[in-house]
Design a protein around this ligand. Structure first.
Ligand code: MG
Length: 296
């Protein structure tokens, strides 16, 4: 069987015919939030319903943090520190080099956030995160609770000031900047059904804020949850049948086929050419002929 589906012939150059899509860990309930620590040769990821962050290395799996406050998405800032979205305490945190936890955001306009889901850090040090309601709708991925604020996208200035920068999406979820940070992409998992399917929005960045939001690409079959960009600006998105590669112009270039529903992905490995894919009960990995945008 082939692990890849080529739609645009250029995608044939992005993948390696003899590099398999491998399941490197399994036995979880619902995994998300992969983040690569090259300095440790380790991948951290969240097993959300089991309230833990796990660590994968070539030696195997160990527990990084448990309980994790039902952590979901993670990233690293430009100083290499772990930034985490926590459903359970409805906040975004930074893990300092000494292991202490700093709260980046836990409310907006005097109300509690919903359940921060995914996070990125810009070159200016601002922390951007999405806040859909998935972690408070049931007790499966957090604690069931009333929603106090809309499902917004927030930007937290390095000074700590929080601002709602996108307020009109249904359920903003994964997010990513283009390599030059002139475009912000945000996936919307709130639109589940035709004729209003799941899509990725693109925004022009102007004076550090997103403007001119428009539908960039519709994911079919859906599950536009996690997204990442490679070094030349192709977008790699979760989908129901695997990972889709989308050109900077918005066209589907090809697919990496994965046998479980994919949630999130990240680049890592020795040359930032290894794609790690969290998919329902398992983590998959594949070496590509592409390099991801990944800091540090
Ligand atoms: Mg997500």
């Amino acid at each position: 069987m082939s692990f890849f589906e080529i739609v645009d012939p250029r995608f044939g150059q992005f993948v390696l015919g003899n590099a398999p899509v491998k399941r490197i860990a399994t036995g979880f309930d619902w995994v998300e939030g992969p983040v690569w620590f090259g300095d440790a040769g380790a991948l951290l990821f969240s097993d959300i319903p089991n309230n833990r962050i796990l660590r994968w290395t070539v030696e195997g799996i160990s527990t990084y943090r448990s309980p994790s406050n039902y952590a979901n998405g993670h990233t690293r800032d430009r100083q290499g520190r772990l930034i985490s979205c926590e459903h359970g305490l409805r906040r975004v945190t930074r893990t300092e080099w000494d292991g202490s936890i700093t709260v980046i955001a836990d409310g907006y306009a005097g109300k509690r956030l919903n359940s921060p889901n995914d996070v990125i850090v810009g070159a200016d040090g601002a922390i951007w995160f999405t806040d859909p309601h998935y972690g408070i709708k049931t007790d499966y991925e957090g604690y069931r609770a009333e929603q106090e604020v809309p499902c917004n996208v927030y930007r937290v200035d390095p000074s700590g000031q929080i601002e709602a920068v996108i307020t009109d999406m249904a359920c903003p979820n994964g997010l990513a900047f283009s390599p030059d940070e002139t475009t912000l992409y945000v996936a919307d998992t709130g639109r589940m059904h035709e004729p209003d399917p799941q899509h990725i929005m693109a925004f022009d960045m102007s004076s550090g804020r997103p403007r001119n939001g428009r539908i960039f690409h519709t994911i079919a079959p859906g599950c536009a949850d996690g997204i990442r960009v490679d070094s030349v600006g192709n977008l790699w998105s979760s989908a129901a049948d695997g990972v889709h590669c989308i050109s900077p112009q918005g066209g589907l270039m090809g697919k990496i086929l994965v046998p479980e529903l994919v949630s999130n992905l990240c680049f890592g490995g020795r040359a930032k050419h290894q794609l790690f894919i969290t998919a329902t009960t398992s983590v998959y990995s594949v070496i590509l002929n592409r390099k991801g945008v990944q800091w540090p």
